[in-house]
Design a binder for this molecule. Structure first.
Ligand SMILES: Nc1nc2c(c(=O)[nH]1)N[C@H]1C(S)=C(S)[C@@H](COP(=O)(O)OP(=O)(O)OC[C@H]3O[C@@H](n4cnc5c(=O)[nH]c(N)nc54)[C@H](O)[C@@H]3O)O[C@H]1N2
Ligand SMILES: Nc1nc2c(c(=O)[nH]1)N[C@H]1C(S)=C(S)[C@@H](COP(=O)(O)OP(=O)(O)OC[C@H]3O[C@@H](n4cnc5c(=O)[nH]c(N)nc54)[C@H](O)[C@@H]3O)O[C@H]1N2
Ligand SMILES: [Mo]
Length: 708
């Protein structure tokens, strides 16, 4: 493999690639890439081990732990790089159910678990999302899709989509304390204090209701709780919100009016990690749904279906509600902070505690698939203690990541171009939240393109779990839907597959089974090597005659939380002279969390993540750009490199996450960057349902290194 180029004949991407995709040759040929699995020796070094031998040893150890301490002693963590491999997450999850351990965790609960919590409280609209490509207005809160491709603007070619929309007359409204790449192209950019998104959303809803700009007919027919919502937001007056969020009141009023009244085919409101990490993430997401719903911003009967399935089973989109359902407080109970399983999956921020806390149920073994806890989990020191104390840590990773360095076994998997790929997972994403997914009946299948490097011993991830299944004599069943962290709603019943250790299947054959009920048969999809959009004429049907379900904008739990926000002091006013800045998250176009940060082709000679600070603030502190600083939160401190950036507010600093070394390697921060998770406590500010800690709007001070 020498070069990756965009495919102009691909109807969805139209020749678009991102920097990370273009670097796939360097990623595959990276000299740091693991070509063999590794085993940790008593002195802490790692030596090569055959994959069959590794599976023998891991299966034996797991069996020993399960018989000694019970299945709950084995946990699994699925990170972001499980997602490119459709069979991997399914098999991992099936394996956990096979051993009867409830301890299956994903990155979702340190991401935006409020999205699924909010959908459970609000219900789903079965007509689906409005299409960005047709909308006249759109609101984005704490998300930067031109870089992240995550939500709102379709990620398949976001810059082109936004340009086309703007030329059509669409008005984009962005709420972001930083003039992000997306905010720079908005009709209105609200640049508030971080952490005031609930305040702003409640204020905008209040303005819209007060002016009668909501869709009264839609509300009348499909919504319950409207009066409760109206009452709950009434205290969020324009003057109060403007003062508290530090925004011009006139700009807030214009944003509400533009969103509610501009054009004829109006769009939705979506939030991203920035808004979700600053506390009250469930409520942020719930208010986004409420705003969308009271303005009637869903596809209606007779309109086209924005996200029809292709490799997932067919469904009939209907102009009706699927009612709210139980979203939290059930299932497995964690032993800390009163947390439980929920629609978003198990609270990952509590997994380190479950490893450290002795007693019945203590987690003794952890298997990580394509994730990097040491780089990405909150409270890096606690994570470090936890991972070191495990009796068995296994990572499936392509390199000796920070986490792999602590692992007893590192299983070296095949990579994207060495395994077949299909787009079913990209379709599934729409069940996580509205505003994301593929806006067409698009599907693509790509066969294996290259052989694994000669002399290597690489395993397809799902086959690692098949190998354990055989050795542990298990019987597995799995469903073509992420077992945890994917919400609990899907229009059509999932297909269930069964497997024993003796099952002989290629990945290609497994894909065929996963696609047995696909709307577009896999064979048909394979006939289109450039990918294809299969139809454009699926239409939302009328509501069923006997349907009386309603979307709920008056959920008691959510509105009670809203009342506490009104009571609490303004985040900014809560200012603490000892911590004058607020640290916010942002993402880098060239890295996917920790992936790629060490690769020269992607970091272009800058292997660290700076602290971005407004030049005027730096000057006031007497800090020179490029100088070394100490970033101190109430929880911990980390060294970093200062960089001037006039796109952030004067009282804000921004950093990319998932950089840095182990806690005792801080001296080398210019070589590997700074771990932001170190500044985060999991026990002070956290969501009582999801356990998500404050990963944004973190109070910090910045001082020259050596004087912090
Ligand atoms: N402070 C702070 N913390 C955060 C965030 C933040 O913004 N700020 N963001 C949060 C979010 S949104 C997320 S999703 C999580 C991410 O948390 P994780 O998913 O745990 O972290 P990643 O860095 O994405 O882990 C990816 C791992 O996959 C490995 N890898 C790369 N390619 C492959 C492959 O082909 N196969 C396999 N098996 N492995 C591969 C990489 O080497 C790396 O170790 O972090 C969260 N943590
Ligand atoms: N290139 C690239 N793409 C990625 C990733 C990556 O690491 N790199 N990661 C992937 C993952 S795992 C995820 S979850 C998605 C996330 O995708 P996004 O949610 O879009 O994440 P960001 O790009 O960090 O954008 C967050 C924005 O929120 C702003 N912000 C920070 N704090 C606040 C606040 O308190 N309020 C408001 N209103 N805004 C705030 C930041 O300035 C930033 O512009 O991206 C995915 N895509
Ligand atoms: Mo994420």
């Amino acid at each position: 493999m020498t070069k990756v180029a965009g495919d102009p004949d691909n109807p969805m991407f139209q020749g678009y690639t991102c920097a990370k995709g273009r670097a796939l040759p360097e990623i595959h040929n990276n000299p740091q890439r693991l070509l063999h699995s590794r085993k940790r020796q008593p002195d802490g070094t790692h030596t090569q081990i055959g994959s069959e031998q590794a599976m023998d040893e891991i299966a034996a150890k797991l069996q020993e732990l399960i018989s000694g301490y019970g299945p709950r002693s084995v946990a699994m963590y699925l990170g972001t790089n499980g997602l490119p491999y459709p069979a991997s997450a399914l098999m991992g999850n099936a394996f956990m159910r096979g051993i009867e351990s409830p301890m299956f965790f994903t990155a979702n609960t340190i991401d935006q678990p409020g999205k699924q919590i909010a959908l459970a409280a609000h219900g789903h609209w079965l007509g689906g999302d409005v299409d960005f490509h047709e909308a006249d207005s759109w609101m984005l809160i704490g998300t930067n899709p031109l870089v992240s491709k995550a939500i709102g603007i379709p990620g398949q070619n976001p810059s082109r989509s936004l340009r086309a929309a703007t030329e059509r007359g669409m008005k984009l409204i962005v709420v972001d304390p930083r003039r992000s790449q997306t905010a720079a192209r908005a009709a209105i950019h609200l640049q508030p204090r971080p952490g005031e998104d609930v305040t702003i959303l409640a204020g905008i809803i209040n303005i819209i209701i007060a002016n009668g700009w909501h869709d009264a007919a839609f509300v009348d027919e499909n919504v319950s709780g409207f009066d409760d919502l109206a009452r709950a937001v009434s205290g969020f007056t324009p003057a109060y919100v403007a003062e508290r969020a530090d925004l011009p009141e006139a700009q807030l009023l214009s944003a509400a009016e533009l969103f509610a009244t501009h054009g004829t085919k109006r769009g939705m409101v979506n939030a991203g990690t920035g808004a979700n990490f600053a506390m009250h993430g469930n409520l942020v997401e719930y208010l986004c749904l409420c705003l969308t719903t009271i303005c009637g911003r869903w596809q209606r009967a007779g309109e086209k279906v924005t996200r029809p399935n292709a490799l997932l089973p067919a469904f009939t989109a209907k102009a009706q509600a699927h009612p709210p359902y139980e979203g939290w407080g059930y299932g497995e109970r964690l032993r800390v902070r009163g947390l439980t399983d929920a629609v978003c999956g198990m609270p990952t921020a509590a997994l380190a505690d479950e490893i450290l806390l002795e007693g019945d149920g203590q987690v003794k073994a952890l298997i990580c698939i394509g994730g990097n806890p040491m780089a990405a989990w909150p409270d890096q020191r606690k994570t470090h203690r936890a991972l070191q104390s495990l009796e068995l840590l296994v990572t499936l990773d392509t390199e000796m990541s920070l986490t792999s360095r602590l692992a007893d076994y590192v299983i070296a998997p095949m990579m994207q171009m060495e395994t077949p790929a299909m787009t079913m997972g990209s379709e599934l994403i729409k069940y996580y939240t509205s505003g994301t997914g593929i806006p067409a009946a698009y599907a693509q299948y790509t066969p294996r393109l290259v052989d694994p490097p000669p002399g290597s011993d690489l395993i397809e991830e799902w086959k690692f779990f098949l190998g354990l299944t055989k050795r542990m004599d298990l019987e597995l069943w799995f469903v073509n839907f992420f077992g945890g962290g994917g919400g609990k709603f899907m229009e059509s019943p999932p297909i269930v597959l069964q497997m024993t250790g003796d099952t002989e299947l290629s990945t290609e054959e497994l894909f065929e089974q996963m696609c047995a009920t696909s709307r577009i048969p896999l064979d048909e999809v394979r006939r289109h090597p450039h990918g294809a959009i299969f139809d454009v004429d699926a239409v939302v049907q009328e509501r069923d005659a006997d349907n009386t379900a309603r979307l709920d904008v008056g959920n008691g739990y959510m509105l009670a939380e809203l009342a506490t926000v009104l009571d609490e002091e303004a985040e900014g006013a809560r200012g603490d002279a000892a911590f004058p800045f607020r640290l916010i998250p942002r993402r880098h176009p060239n890295f996917m969390n920790s992936s790629g940060t060490a690769l020269a082709a992607l970091n272009r000679g800058k292997p660290y993540n700076p602290v971005y600070m407004h030049p005027d603030s730096a000057a006031e502190l007497g800090l020179r750009p490029g100088s070394s600083v100490l970033v101190t939160s109430r929880h911990d401190c980390v060294p970093a490199v200062l960089e001037a950036d006039d796109s952030v507010r004067l009282d804000v600093v921004a950093m990319h996450h998932a950089f840095g070394g182990l806690p005792d390697e801080d001296d080398e921060f210019r070589a590997h960057g700074t771990n932001v998770g170190r500044l985060v406590s999991t026990e002070v500010d956290y969501d009582p349902i999801t356990g998500l800690p404050r990963q944004g709007n973190i109070a910090v001070r910045i001082a020259p290194l050596g004087q912090g």
